[in-house]
Design a protein around this ligand. Structure first.
Ligand code: NAD
Ligand code: WQD
Length: 343
């Protein structure tokens, strides 16, 4: 079975490529390297012993994508490629709508044209906003998006639902990720944030290694056990495996509807201070951090109810918060060693 992984050199895509190869799939990657480096391809090869076929181009280029569909006989697509910086999307909405939605339309149109059936979409728990009731089930209402990025995930899901409904033969599953963190155990692939990280885990590890002076913890007066925000952090390798389960569900005709969506989290919420404690335990590094004001637009707490996904997909996360902070730290140290050896 040949699977096209868009954005396959990015953070989650590269980990999923590894899991796919490990499960015997043939992987073809398309990525324009707008938020990744070619080194990820080498990482995938070192881990698996197989170098996936790689196409470097922009998914907005319909003709090149059409060409790829003609060259490769694809059995399924996992679509990761998108722009994902929430703050940037507020300042550059048209870039986000074009990159995230036009590329999606190009792929879906070409799937119909070339009769490719199985589609997995990277969605996000951001579609739930701040839910009134926790944990979040798949029945929790979607709320008005807080950013253009968030809106591309909501509209993206609607586009897929409508096209699947109109086109017999097309099947899709959207996975609503909670907070993916951590790295492959080998430390050969991991997250590569451009510039100053906006997300917690890379900011922690960069602070730990000395690239950043200190971590600001945004808000300690929330209605949570220690006053800091709660998220459902999920190990990227667990998340990667969920994609393969989703793909198999479609390929083995186990879907109840041609379009389905699932939460992908652990079901456990952790506060920012708990993540820091875990990081300190796993790294042996005392983290320099200070408590500061809340970050505008932050959600107080969110975590998944995983019952539906566990039952329907037969998938469950396995890794702990310590696995997440420990592997993220190992990856950061490896990056640091590489940077020092180049200097
Ligand atoms: P990433 O930026 O590491 O990976 C995305 C990859 O897509 C990059 O390699 C980038 O170069 C490529 N890309 C972007 N636009 C492209 C285009 N037009 N043509 C070809 N390649 C293109 O991001 P990630 O963290 O791996 O996220 C993957 C997906 O998961 C995204 O859709 C993101 O919105 C979604 N998601 C991520 C998170 C998270 O916290 N990381 C959470 C929820 C959902
Ligand atoms: C986690 C917690 C912060 C940085 C974002 C996107 C969302 C999504 C995942 C894609 C929060 C706190 C953070 C820092 C801190 N992805 N924090 N100091 O906010 O859940 O969501 O990434 O779909 O759309 O909005 O993740 O990692 O930014 O923050 O205290 O320097 O860490 O306040 O409580 P978030 P995050």
């Amino acid at each position: 079975m040949k699977i096209l992984v868009t954005g396959g050199l990015g953070y989650i895509g590269s980990h999923t490529a590894v899991e796919l190869i490990n499960k015997g799939f043939e992987v073809v990657i398309v990525d324009n390297l707008s938020n990744s480096e070619i080194g990820a391809l080498e990482g995938i090869e070192k881990i698996t012993g197989t170098k996936p076929k790689f196409y470097e181009f922009d998914l907005l280029d319909f003709d090149q994508l059409d060409q790829l569909f003609q060259e490769e006989k694809i059995d399924g697509i996992i679509h990761f490629a998108a722009s994902k910086a929430v703050g940037e999307s507020v300042n550059k909405p048209s870039l986000y709508y074009r990159n995230n939605l036009q590329s999606l339309l190009n792929i879906l149109d070409l799937m119909v044209k070339h009769e490719v059936s199985n589609f997995v979409f990277s969605s996000s728990c951001t579609v739930y906003g701040q839910p009134d009731v926790l944990p979040v089930t798949e029945q929790t209402p979607v709320q008005a998006a807080l950013s253009p990025y968030g809106n591309t995930k909501q509209v993206g899901e609607e586009i897929i639902r409508d096209i699947v409904k109109a086109e017999s033969g097309l099947k899709a599953i959207a996975l609503r990720y909670f907070n993916p963190v951590g790295a492959h155990d080998s430390a050969l692939i991991g997250e590569l944030p451009l510039g100053v990280p906006q997300n917690l885990m890379p900011f922690i590890t960069q602070t730990g290694v000395g690239m950043r002076a200190e971590l600001s913890v945004f808000g300690d007066d929330y209605n949570t056990k220690d006053g800091t925000c709660i998220r459902d952090y999920i190990h990227v390798v667990d998340l990667a495996q969920a994609h393969i389960v989703a793909l198999n569900r479609m390929m083995e005709s186990k879907q109840k509807e041609d379009y389905e969506f699932f939460n992908v989290g652990t079901g456990t919420g952790s506060t920012v201070l708990e993540v820091i404690q875990s990081f300190e335990k796993m790294s042996g590094v005392k983290l320099n951090y200070k408590l500061v004001d809340r970050r505008e637009g932050d959600i107080e707490k969110i975590y998944a109810d995983t019952t539906f996904g566990n039952q329907e997909l037969g998938w469950q996360s396995e890794k702990t918060l310590d696995d997440m902070t420990g592997s993220a730290w190992k990856w950061q140290q490896q990056l640091q060693e590489k940077a020092l050896s180049k200097a």
